[in-house]
Design a protein around this ligand. Structure first.
Ligand code: ADP
Ligand code: MG
Ligand code: ZN
Length: 477
């Protein structure tokens, strides 16, 4: 990036809430049902019907507000956001404009340069629109199952300065909604959606530049790519003496670029006004306190507990608690083994590598926490070496078999019989007289060669500590 400029970024994140029913009617929010089956006169926008607010939506909004250090407004109102679109049957979306449910919060991000604070401007409640399905030949079909599914929109202040910070911010929001269990956080399926407002300005300029909005980035990586792209595009225009047009762009991940969707002239004027069919939402301090008391353990607390309870280094605790599902998996493992640090190494190492490589969720990881714990115990009981464990692990992934059974079937039990190892060590030394000579002349490095040879003879089954001891003994003779 051109060092004479800096970027200013604000994110608007929509999170689909995990309520059983919609925000203003009793229809199910279940995903994947046949089109237009989760509908009723209310969410279809028939004339004469009245919305009734789902209390759970307010509960979830308060939870997110508390988790992001917001002020919870005791008096909050809904508004109509008017626009015409086929998947919006009422011709308006019920959202919040003035007096959103939460305001003035912040989150803290851990970056390479320390803690970065990003202020939250507001969190508001709204209903989702339906889905237009364009890829069915000539006509466009409309599925209204999603119409009226509850969302919260989390709007940041323009405090974000780089694409990486934007991704880190989004990960933080993802982490919080999943810890709170108010949203499944699935970006590919659109349960968590992010729009980015981006502007650039010459360094040392106080005023913000003209901003554009980029939509349609459905992964952390794409958020980072799209923002980097848009920053470069704006700087190029300014460097060429041009001006930035205020517009909305659509990110195309395949093409690696953002294309204009609508300019300022086509920008919507939503004509917001207070929703006359809903009374204000009055939130008592008591209600807020109750929710605060019942709040689940959040990432910061859990990290500290991992340090205190399992004696893990801060680094491990941070990595393990970065995603709730990973922290949950780890805690299931350590229910069955007391070797916490080894468990941490396996989860952060081999397990994480496998799920990242195969792009799967840890909830779909084939090795059960119980079997991983058994593997760890086998190592610590000296039944197998760490090296053999690494060989067994892929087999466990394939079959999720009990590791003890694999060890037996493949005859991998560690050789801890010192008599047997002594024989092998002697054989190795006898077969390599020149190396023995070198070692005795002071070439310490050759020691590793002997260890390697013994391991080869035993197909990796020798207990490494014993091998070391016996080798030292025999070589000093
Ligand atoms: P609007 O009401 O027009 O949507 P908001 O003030 O609510 O505008 O801001 C929407 C988003 O745009 C927020 O996330 C905010 O941080 C961000 N934003 C505002 N001004 C700028 C700017 N100049 N550059 C980048 N982002 C901005
Ligand atoms: Mg906005
Ligand atoms: Zn309905």
């Amino acid at each position: 990036m051109n060092p004479n400029y800096e970027a200013v970024i604000g994110l608007e994140v929509h999170a689909q809430l995990l309520t059983g029913t919609k925000i203003f009617c009793g229809c199910s929010t279940e995903f994947g049902n046949p089109p237009n089956t989760n509908v009723c006169p209310v969410c279809l926008g028939h004339p004469g019907v009245l919305p009734v607010l789902n209390k759970k939506v307010v509960d979830f909004s308060i939870m997110m507000g508390l988790a992001t250090n917001c002020k919870i407004n005791h008096n909050s109102i809904f508004a109509r956001k008017n626009y015409f679109y086929p998947d919006l049957p009422k011709g308006y979306q019920i959202s919040q404009f003035e007096k959103p449910v939460c305001e003035h919060g912040f989150v803290e991000l851990e970056t390479g340069e320390g803690i970065k604070k990003v202020r939250i401007k507001r969190i508001h409640m709204e209903e989702d629109a339906g889905k237009s399905i364009h890829d069915t030949g000539e006509s466009t079909l409309v599925d209204l199952n999603r119409t009226g599914v509850p969302l919260i929109e989390i709007v940041s202040e323009p405090d974000i300065s780089t694409p990486a910070e934007a991704a880190a911010y989004l990960k933080k929001i993802h982490q919080l909604v999943t810890y709170l269990e108010i949203c499944d956080g699935n970006m590919e399926e659109g349960s968590l959606r992010c729009d980015a407002n981006i502007s650039v300005r010459p360094k040392n300029q106080r005023e913000f530049g003209t901003r554009t909005e980029v939509k349609n980035m459905n992964s952390f990586r794409n958020v980072e790519r799209a923002i980097a792209y848009e920053i470069e595009r704006q700087i190029d225009i300014l460097e060429d003496g041009g001006t930035i047009e205020q517009e909305t762009l659509l990110w195309n991940a395949d093409a690696g670029k953002a294309v204009s969707m609508r300019g300022k002239e086509e920008a919507h004027d939503y004509r917001y006004f207070p929703e006359p069919d809903l009374v204000p939402v009055l939130i008592s301090q008591n209600w807020i306190d109750e929710i605060k008391t019942a709040l689940p353990e959040l990432p910061g607390k859990r990290k500290q507990r991992f340090i205190d309870e399992y004696g893990l280094p801060g680094y491990d605790a941070n990595v393990l608690t970065s995603e709730k599902a990973i922290a949950d998996y780890f805690e299931k493992v350590v229910r069955k083994t007391n070797h916490y640090k080894t468990a941490s190494n396996w989860v952060m190492g081999d397990v994480a590598a496998y799920i990242n490589e195969n792009k799967i969720d840890i909830s779909n990881f084939p090795v059960s926490p119980g079997n991983l714990a058994k593997l760890i115990n086998l190592i610590h009981e000296n039944v197998i070496s760490g090296k053999i464990a690494k060989e067994i692990f892929p087999e466990m992934i394939k079959t999720n078999k009990d590791p003890a059974i694999i060890v037996e079937e493949k005859n991998l039990v560690q050789i801890t019989d010192s008599g047997e190892l002594e024989e092998i060590v002697k054989k190795v030394l006898a077969a390599n007289p020149s190396q023995v000579e070198q070692f005795k002349a002071g070439k310490e490095k050759v020691f590793g060669f002997f260890v390697g040879q013994v391991m080869r003879e035993t197909k990796g089954k020798a207990n490494p500590k014993l091998v070391n001891e016996i080798l030292r003994k025999e070589l000093s003779k």
